[in-house]
Ligand binder design. Structure first.
Ligand SMILES: Nc1ncnc2c1ncn2[C@@H]1O[C@H](COP(=O)(O)OP(=O)(O)OP(=O)(O)O)[C@@H](O)[C@H]1O
Length: 234
């Protein structure tokens, strides 16, 4: 289990995440919903180690979660134009390598083989050498997922990864995320503004309002009133 215990992150006098406790199960995709400003991004950034909580803790099987255990897929993919798909995937793991390797961008043949496998995982086997700017938005998001997987995370996070995609493409990208989570037995947490897009692949839903948890339920027990209830909170 991944345990989030009484997590608080303050910005000045405002708590963006306010004493939130929740659990994620391994191999499951949890969808995080809530109105704009509810605290979803802040929670994801605390899990990714980009923000330090003011209070509370995050543990996996009782051990503190390290920043290197989590990988975050950004809304826009955050890819480097001019680089190939496989080059972008390889860069995903660079922060974990010695500084000299980061400087010259050196990758071992084994890392390159794994990066090609990650592209295969996300349905982009034939696109390794394609510059990322010559890929569609959905394909770019798949590269972003492969890039996160290259970091060999235990926790796969995604912050509104399908916000800029049409519904059908968004669904297919979420299916790729869900597949990666179950295939690699990860803890998966994805924030979404259109929860309906995840209805086929979500295992669990968390809802936030005003930094607090207002919904925590398995997908099998969710109905539209539950979802609307989250957005009804001020
Ligand atoms: N770096 C920051 N400095 C000050 N306040 C911040 C900062 N980041 C977020 N906040 C505030 O914290 C609250 C939660 O923001 P957050 O981005 O986590 O919400 P969100 O649910 O992800 O919203 P959205 O769906 O619009 O992305 C908001 O009131 C926001 O203004």
């Amino acid at each position: 289990m991944l345990d989030i215990e009484s997590l608080t992150r303050q910005y000045g006098s405002e708590a963006a995440v306010d004493g939130l406790s929740a659990q994620l199960a391994r191999g499951e995709l949890t969808v995080l919903i809530g109105r704009s400003g509810a605290g979803k991004t802040t929670l994801l950034r605390c899990l990714d180690g980009l923000e330090q909580p003011d209070e509370g803790r995050i543990t996996v099987d009782d051990a503190p979660l390290a920043a290197t255990d989590a990988a975050l897929v950004f809304q826009s993919g955050a890819l480097v134009d001019g680089k190939s798909a496989v080059g972008n995937v390889l860069d995903g793991a660079l922060g974990r390598k010695p500084a000299w390797r980061e400087l010259i961008g050196w990758h071992s043949p084994d890392e390159k083989r794994v990066a090609i496998e990650r592209l295969h995982d996300v349905g982009l086997a034939g696109y390794a050498d394609r510059p990322v700017e010559a890929l569609s938005g959905g394909q770019q998001q798949r590269v972003g997922i492969a890039r996160a997987l290259q970091q060999q995370p235990d926790v796969l996070l995604a912050d509104e990864p399908v916000a800029s995609l049409d519904p059908e493409t968004g669904r297919s990208v979420l299916a790729v995320l869900a597949h990666a989570v179950s295939e690699h037995d990860l803890f998966g947490l994805v924030s979404l503004h259109q929860p309906g897009l995840a209805s086929d692949v979500a295992d669990h839903y968390l809802g936030m309002a005003g930094g607090q948890l207002v919904l925590d339920r398995p997908a099998a027990q969710i109905d539209s009133d539950d979802i609307e209830g989250v957005y009804a909170h001020e």
